[in-house]
Design a protein around this ligand. Structure first.
Ligand SMILES: [Zn+2]
Length: 349
């Protein structure tokens, strides 16, 4: 699929969920909540950064069959979270638990419409609350699996709760009933899970959006659930790494796995190879441009001005997708900052 085609597909879906892209910081107790109040990963974001709008109100997860026993659960209001599940002869594995008990309940109901086999495994692709706050809703017999760094980060439940509140416009009702449930099993690089007559592979290729980003790969359909590591658009949000690190991670992913379909944590279904190539191109370009700024002795402010998001990475002007442009520009400014700081602190540059 070409980039243009992909953006056309995105445009249709985003037009339906256009309201979700209105940049809005939340109101709580009459006080505006900005990124600085949230702390955590948003605390030092540069001006222009917009936290992703993830309010699950009115969201339906639509079941999409990708092959025998392989199902994506696609949010009908992107960029709220997608999920999915894989059914073996003995058991079911679910990918991501969504943001609260209500949404986790939707995932469980979706599984039950397809099979009555036990949900033996739940994988958290990263530690963020929109992927983990539904954990407690799954039965105690469900084994929760995550990368070791994801498990470690999840321990700061209160910190993550505050960050999540910003992404749901300060609506505390969304987070009512959410309790901490940590992973039962953690892994470091890869893990294979046998569901009976079918295996699911978990991979950690390195840090990207978070330190513990995990890819869930189903080899028969060559589908990869990518959590926050790969989402819609051409500029991934580099919350907790830098362009060089993210590029290494994506390159390892692209060279190790033959991916036909990506179900991103946020956004529409993507062509695997094409999306990974777009990410590699964007990240390589970002790294080159920021490195130039650092070599010329520019300040961070100057680098932010000197490395704008080029039009070629943005959806076409006037298209239904153009509503996503402010979100992408904000991500890009954060990406410049993260990369600048990494390079400026690296004597070997
Ligand atoms: Zn996410």
């Amino acid at each position: 699929m070409t980039q243009a085609t992909r953006f056309t597909t995105l445009a249709v879906v985003l037009a339906l969920g256009a309201g979700a892209f209105t940049p809005a910081f939340g109101q709580a107790g009459g006080q505006a909540l900005g990124p600085e109040q949230a702390g955590g990963i948003f605390a030092d974001a540069p001006e222009g950064f917009i936290p992703p709008p993830l309010h699950p109100g009115g969201v339906t997860l639509e079941t999409r069959r990708l092959g025998e026993g392989v199902y994506a659960l696609m949010s009908d209001k992107p960029p709220t979270d997608n999920s999915g599940f894989i059914v073996g002869e003995d058991a079911v594995l679910v990918i991501d638990a969504h943001i609260n008990p209500e949404m986790a309940g939707q995932i469980i109901e979706s599984v039950r419409r397809v099979t009555d086999k036990p949900i033996a495994y739940l994988v958290n692709t990263n530690y963020h609350g929109d992927h983990t706050f539904g954990n407690s809703t799954f039965p105690s017999s469900t084994t929760i699996i995550a990368h070791a760094a994801t498990g470690a980060r999840m321990a700061d439940f209160e910190g993550e709760w505050r960050v999540m509140l910003v992404t749901v416009s300060g609506d505390t009702e969304v987070l009512e009933g959410v309790t901490l449930r940590l992973p039962d099993i953690t892994f470091d690089e890869r893990l294979t899970i046998d569901l009976g007559g079918r295996v699911v592979e978990l991979y950690h290729f390195g840090a990207g959006n978070t330190p513990g980003d995990t890819v869930v790969y189903e080899p028969l359909t060559r589908t990869a659930w990518t959590g926050n590591l790969v989402i819609m658009g051409s500029a991934p949000p580099i919350f907790e790494s830098d362009a060089a690190t993210y590029l290494r991670t994506i390159s390892a992913f692209a060279s190790e796995l033959d991916v036909e379909t990506i179900i991103p944590g946020h956004g529409v279904q993507l062509d695997g190879a094409a999306q990974l190539a777009v990410y590699q191109a964007y990240l390589g370009d970002l790294l080159t441009r920021v490195r130039q700024q650092v070599r010329e002795g520019r300040s961070l402010e100057q680098a932010l001005e000197g490395v704008p998001l080029e039009d070629r990475w943005l959806p076409e002007e006037g298209s239904a997708l153009s509503g996503i442009a402010p979100l992408m520009r904000g991500f890009h400014r954060l990406n410049v900052k993260r990369t600048y700081e990494a390079l400026a602190g690296d004597d070997a540059r």
